[in-house]
Write a protein that binds this ligand. Structure first.
Ligand code: AMP
Ligand code: MG
Length: 401
């Protein structure tokens, strides 16, 4: 079908609309995890700041070996020793600065000390067990580049430079609006005939906070044009991006698309992916708008594959592509599809290979298919799959963080 839009094309069009980065703010490191770095972090010091010992042992001059060598000083971590006198050794501990003159550390397992004299077994090369000053980062180097999400190890790295705070982009506010007369909030009573609980709100709220963004709760809007218009405008006024679920298919009760068209700008796409065909993108009062389908599994997949990279780049992230793994199909696909299928699978290890086991019910209404899986297996359009064929798979844990 020619009117199906490939995912990459849709995403490219969406990303092309991003013109500005969010405002910056300075955060203490302890509250910066998951935020997007808004500065290049430059090293003001060498890390480590001294040549230091990688071992508990003895610092010495290799030219003085084989010895025995009198032990002339003791250097615990945090202290700097005196210049090493030729023909002597220094007792030294991991992390302590190497005394001037020493060119190696012998680990204590290869030494014996008797009556203040050191005996060394085995050969010792110059530089052995010395961590040179600046081996991690040199003063003046760029330790981290702007536009990355700060992970635990990044925060540790910034701390190692002596910095207690960092410039990041203010977290986006992302409004979530659920549409549908049939929806009931969980915890608010039993369902009447024809009703179902609003699950998309919870999937989306958690997704958004996992991305380090603020979730703006816009509740449920009824399938009514006026109510939909008002809810959309209020959402746009409160947030940097509006995300709706439902109401973008072709039925006459699907009011979202008409109201966004009226209030702003809208493109409605039939994405060439499965699940998740209808997807709307546009803006309301200059606030970007993403209209996700209603089916819970389609919501998950379209948020993960489309909204996630868009929001992260709107947030200032430079690179949003995720690595895939190669797995062997533990199933067959006998009929080629017209859309790229994202099958919910569980990856299991079988010796050296990963095998993807397909969840039994791949219907877009079956949210268990995502909950009971750990990956999405990608089956391109027009492709049939035989058992043991190689497939690319996306880990769900990467998509939800
Ligand atoms: P729609 O696109 O509005 O026709 O919705 C498609 C399907 O998704 C229908 O079966 C809806 O009942 C269901 N659906 C829509 N919104 C939600 C929601 N927030 N939570 C759970 N299911 C929903
Ligand atoms: Mg609906």
């Amino acid at each position: 079908m020619s009117d199906l839009l490939p995912l990459a094309v849709a995403l490219e069009r969406m990303l092309a609309t991003i013109v500005a980065r969010p405002a910056r703010e300075v955060r203490p490191l302890l509250t910066a995890r998951g935020a997007v770095l808004a500065e290049d972090v430059m090293a003001a010091i060498d890390v480590p700041a001294d040549d230091n010992s990688a071992m508990d042992g003895y610092a010495l001059r290799t030219e003085d070996l084989p010895g025995p060598l009198p032990v002339s000083q003791r250097i615990p971590a945090g202290q700097t020793g005196a210049k090493l006198e030729p023909g002597t050794a220094a007792r030294i501990f991991t992390g302590a600065a190497i005394p001037p003159g020493a060119d190696a550390v012998v680990m204590q397992e290869n030494c014996s000390e008797k009556d203040g004299l050191l005996l060394v077994s085995g050969s010792v090369a110059p530089g052995q067990n010395i961590r040179p000053r600046g081996q991690d980062i040199m003063a003046g180097e760029r330790a981290l580049q702007a536009g990355r999400r700060l992970r635990p190890q990044d925060l540790g790295l910034i701390a190692s430079l002596g910095r207690g705070q960092v410039s990041v982009y203010r977290p986006l506010r992302v409004a979530v609006l659920s549409t549908g007369d049939e929806l009931v909030e969980p915890g608010e009573g039993a369902l009447s005939a024809g009703q179902l609980y609003n699950s998309n709100r919870y999937t989306l709220a958690a997704f958004i906070s996992a991305l380090g963004m603020e979730w703006v709760d816009c509740g449920i809007v009824a399938d009514d044009p006026q109510a939909t218009a008002e809810a959309l405008q209020q959402a746009a006024a409160r947030a940097d991006c509006v995300i709706t679920s439902g109401g973008v298919s072709v039925g006459e009760e699907d009011h979202v698309k008409h109201q966004v068209e009226r209030l702003g700008r809208l493109e409605l796409w039939k994405l060439a992916i499965k699940p998740g065909k209808p997807l709307a993108f546009g803006s309301i009062d200059d606030t970007p708008f993403i209209g996700l389908p209603g089916n819970p599994t389609s919501v998950f997949v379209t948020f993960a594959l489309v909204a996630r990279p868009f929001l992260l780049q709107l947030q200032g992230l430079a690179e949003t592509a995720l690595p895939t793994l190669t797995a062997r199909a533990g199933f067959r696909v006998t009929r080629p599809g017209s859309r790229q299928d994202y099958l919910r699978v569980t990856l299991e290890r079988d010796g050296p290979t990963l095998v993807a086991r397909r969840f039994v019910n791949q219907s877009s209404g079956v949210l268990s298919s995502v909950s009971q899986s750990n990956a999405l297996a990608i089956v391109p359009p027009g492709v049939v799959v035989e058992t043991n064929d190689e497939l690319q798979v996306l880990l769900l844990d990467l998509l939800t963080s």
